[in-house]
Write a protein that binds this ligand. Structure first.
Ligand SMILES: NC(=O)c1ccc[n+]([C@@H]2O[C@H](COP(=O)([O-])OP(=O)(O)OC[C@H]3O[C@@H](n4cnc5c(N)ncnc54)[C@H](OP(=O)(O)O)[C@@H]3O)[C@@H](O)[C@H]2O)c1
Length: 287
């Protein structure tokens, strides 16, 4: 198989030299995944301050490694953070973000992964001139295989951009865009995308049952086919259309299924409609 090229000398510990303090606001599913990734990438645990009203037992366990969880010393002790990562739910933002002004200094980088919370919202909630990166990750972040798309405001320096890339790389691949408006389409494709793939596995299971398979076998076949094909796509340099053609013999079984899926009102048309609806909803929710 033609394999994807990998960088010859990839730095596996890009955060080993991180010198300042890193504040994580919101240590839930995403925050925890990022924290695990940072520590795995060489970040020294005592550099991290995790703020969360009800830290999970996994977060409390990181305290034993040196992470400062809800330190009693308060804002003064954690002022001038080099970076603040916001991973609270978007609805918490109006209460949770403005107090961050206490931790932000002139050289602080703020990275927000909150869905729908715009750079304009963050600029309003934080001290004037704050360097801000807004990023949109997705759920495979939980296994280090997410993809985040990031956009920076004008205050972000090249060094801070590199830091944001290193921080977001902890949960997967990072792409940058220059136009924040693209984040609505990004949200619709990769942010919400894992749900489409899970739905595919559900639908294949149901279709397998309808074709006569026992339910458990249908579920296993669907799961392994979706994950196996995803892994093949991940490891291969070949584009998805060619991979599809490679498993489609003229007049064969796959061709019969694809004639339905790729026919009028089929998969392409449905996904275009679905992703359009998600992008529209993202625009409506933005604030
Ligand atoms: N999960 C995804 O696939 C995904 C994808 C893209 C973007 N995102 C974004 O990532 C962010 C986090 O999502 P998540 O799934 O990790 O949510 P989550 O598991 O609910 O984590 C949020 C954490 O923040 C805590 N929190 C609430 N108020 C706080 C405050 N004032 N200060 C500090 N911490 C506070 C919550 O505590 P309590 O539980 O006690 O309230 C919770 O532990 C969201 O903004 C979401 O839009 C998530």
């Amino acid at each position: 198989m033609k394999k994807r090229k990998t960088a010859a000398k990839k730095n596996t510990k890009p955060l080993a030299g991180f010198a300042g303090r890193l504040v994580l606001l919101g240590a839930g599913k995403m925050g925890q995944a990022m924290l695990d990734g940072w520590l795995a990438r060489g970040l020294k645990a005592p550099k991290v301050i995790a703020l969360d009203p009800q830290p999970s037992k996994e977060i409390k366990a990181t305290a034993k490694r040196g992470v400062k969880v809800n330190p009693k010393a308060g804002p003064k002790a954690i002022a001038d953070a080099q970076a603040i990562v916001i991973a609270v739910k978007p609805q918490m933002a109006p209460d949770a973000v403005p107090p961050l002004g206490l931790y932000a200094g002139k050289s602080t980088l703020v990275v927000s992964i909150m869905a729908g919370r715009t750079i304009a919202f963050l600029e309003k909630a934080l001290p004037p001139g704050t360097a801000i990166v807004r990023a949109m990750p997705n759920t495979p972040a939980a296994v280090g295989r997410g993809i985040s798309v990031a956009v920076a405001n004008r205050q972000v320096t090249a060094k801070q951009r590199k830091l944001a890339t290193d921080l977001l790389s902890a949960i997967g691949t990072v792409e940058w865009v220059g136009d924040e408006k693209l984040i609505d389409a990004v949200t619709a494709v990769s942010g919400s995308g894992p749900a489409y793939v899970f739905l595919l596995a559900e639908a294949m299971t149901q279709a397998g049952i309808a074709a006569g398979l026992p339910a458990a076998l249908a579920a296993r076949l669907a799961r392994e086919t979706v994950t196996g094909s995803g892994e093949l796509l991940h490891r291969s340099e070949i584009d998805p259309a060619t991979l599809r053609q490679n498993v489609t013999s003229p007049g064969g079984t796959t061709a019969a299924a694809l004639a339905v899926l790729m026919g009028p009102g089929g998969f392409d048309a449905l996904l275009t409609k679905a992703i359009g609806a998600a992008a529209q909803r993202s625009r409506e929710l933005a604030g």
